[in-house]
Design a protein around this ligand. Structure first.
Ligand code: 5RP
Length: 229
């Protein structure tokens, strides 16, 4: 099997396993990305079979897909509580910390995650890492004065790169830019997160520390479920 096919099959396995946690009457947060795609498809199938739940979306792309799959969306404001949030990740370590934002939805994803009683990450096995940082760390910044922030990151030797898509500056759903930091390894994620967030103009970082409760990894033809104690 090609590497890409294997990853996709692992993503699907992890996503479908996470959907088994959804019960009647729940409010479910739905993340963003190619792994979450499989969760949305499965949730749509379960709606067809009679499952009743409401969902809070983390991005425009997820909202579109959810609505076309028959999932009832409510706003975060309308949600009294979010019972369960299902999201992907770009890297996850053994301490349940991770990097997110490869798809650029990190801000809404973090807000929904922090509003949820339980967070499940769904990943393929390539995303389990010993140390965070190989995946470039996304940082959302407001467009006004972003070059100043970029220069500060350069001085800090964080090797920032303004995210570009289709030859245009990538815009988040909030109309912000993303600076991807090429750190290679992160020794203290919590300190780094605080350090970056001190910089004026930074909106949020893709470091998700102590947020995930369960990590479901697709590995070959099965899933591994890790639950935080
Ligand atoms: C989007 C995210 C995604 O969850 C993360 O990038 C993983 O994406 P994929 O499932 O496509 O590999 O954080 O902002």
């Amino acid at each position: 099997m090609e590497e890409k096919d294997r990853q996709n099959s692992e993503k699907k396995l992890a996503a479908e396993k996470a959907v088994e946690f959804v019960e009647d009457g729940m409010t479910v947060g739905i993340g963003t990305g190619s792994t979450v795609f499989f969760a949305i498809k499965k949730l749509g199938e379960r709606v067809q079979s009679g499952l009743k739940f409401s969902a809070v979306s983390t991005s425009e792309s997820t909202s579109k897909l959810a609505v076309s799959s028959g999932i009832r969306l409510i706003t975060l404001e309308e949600a009294v509580r979010i019972d369960l949030n299902i999201d992907g990740a770009d890297e996850a370590d053994r301490n349940f910390n991770g990097i997110k934002g490869g798809g650029g939805a990190l801000l809404f994803e973090k807000i929904v995650a922090l509003s949820s009683a339980k967070n499940i990450w769904i990943i393929d096995s390539s995303k389990n890492v010993e140390q965070l940082g190989k995946f470039p760390l996304p940082v959302e910044v407001i467009p006004f004065g972003y070059k100043r922030v970029l220069n500060i990151f350069k001085e800090m030797k964080f090797y920032p790169e303004l995210r570009v898509k289709n030859d245009k500056k990538f815009l988040t759903d909030s109309g912000n830019y993303i600076l991807d930091l090429h750190l290679e390894k992160i020794d203290n994620a919590e300190n780094l997160d605080k350090e970056i967030k001190m910089i004026t103009g930074v909106v949020e970082t893709g470091l998700f520390i102590n947020i995930a409760d369960v990590i479901i990894t697709g590995k070959n033809n099965s899933t591994q479920i890790l639950t935080k104690e």
